[in-house]
Design a protein around this ligand. Structure first.
Ligand code: GRG
Length: 303
């Protein structure tokens, strides 16, 4: 599939991402000031303001604007999804989970602050996310705020991120089939992307059919995100190794290229992209431009 065919040429995507990310970063900086107790707020800010791509908050804002809402209605929710994303990374990096030393090119939270503080920083960010949406959302009816909070909650808990993580942990050392791999990815990665998009549409005043259409779009790009990640793992490491056997094909971690072959994985990514685009066709093309480009960015990113 040609990426160009989806692009509305006059739309400045990089400019759009930069501007929206700047708004989100400013809001996040204000939501978590360096106050007493300094140690915990320092640790929260360290990971929250560490320079992530802000894909989830930008999706949230774009989805809100697509259905006719204003950015201001989605900003607290946009901050909340980034707080939850950040806390999931902090906990994922812990010695009892993935035991990683580096994240976004910096020492992981527990390396910088110690394990106790890292666990608490994650807990505090998770709690603050829900508090912030409930307390700070303006110009949205309270029934919409409550619906969005329920949506967000289900994407994180034992039917969401946590479900993906537990199945991933329990499958360690075992052969994972395609169905199980998809379950892990849908829950660990796609659920929060889905909540970001769906909650943006709810806050922006979308009707039920618009919200559900955006959910289907998000499910496709959520899985796409991971399939592309798996493909990049293979292609990048084979480049680094100076060809053929990619690291991922050699390691025991299940990936799409490993389970279905690289060509089929690429074809699958293309199909997910097409399906996502189909959902956007229902909307005004100019208004949907950011979401076309976001899908495109996820599909064709280089890292
Ligand atoms: C959520 C209560 C709760 C606990 C956490 C550890 C855990 C349960 C879940 C793991 C979730 C996880 C680490 C999923 C992977 C998510 C993912 C695709 C990360 C990469 O996202 P990017 O590329 O990263 O958007 P940046 O750094 O740009 O933000």
């Amino acid at each position: 599939t040609k990426p160009e065919s989806y692009l509305v040429s006059s739309f400045q995507f990089e400019e759009y991402m930069k501007t929206k990310a700047k708004h989100v970063n400013k809001a996040l900086d204000e939501v978590v000031p360096l106050q007493e107790p300094v140690r915990i707020h320092e640790a929260m800010r360290y990971s929250l303001l560490a320079g992530g791509k802000r894909v989830r908050p930008v999706l949230c804002i774009a989805s809100c604007e697509l259905v006719g809402g204003d950015e201001s209605q989605a900003i607290p929710m946009a901050c909340a999804v980034e707080m939850i994303h950040t806390m999931s990374l902090i906990h994922d990096d812990l010695p009892c989970m993935d035991n990683d030393d580096l994240r976004r090119g910096k020492p992981t939270n527990h390396k910088a602050f110690g394990e106790e503080v890292a666990i608490l920083a994650g807990d505090a960010l998770l709690s603050l996310a829900f508090e912030h949406v409930a307390a700070r959302t303006v110009h949205v009816s309270s029934d919409r705020v409550v619906r969005a909070i329920a949506e967000l909650g289900s994407s994180v808990g034992s039917e969401g991120l946590v479900a993906g993580q537990i199945v991933d942990i329990c499958s360690e050392g075992k052969q994972v089939n395609l169905r199980e791999l998809e379950y892990i990815h849908v829950h660990k990665t796609a659920k929060l992307l889905e909540a970001s998009v769906v909650c943006g549409a709810i806050m922006g005043g979308g009707n039920v059919s618009e919200v559900e259409r955006m959910r289907r779009y998000a499910r496709c790009i959520g899985l796409l995100f991971q399939v592309v990640d798996d493909i990049l793992d293979v292609t990048k490491s084979s480049e680094e190794l100076g060809k053929t056997a990619g690291k991922d094909l050699a390691s025991d971690k299940a990936t799409y290229p490993k389970l279905m072959g690289l060509d089929k994985a690429k074809k699958f990514a293309g199909e997910l992209m097409d399906k996502a685009m189909k959902e956007l066709e229902y909307f005004d093309a100019a208004k949907a431009a950011p979401l076309y480009h976001l899908a495109n960015y996820i599909a064709y990113r280089q890292n």
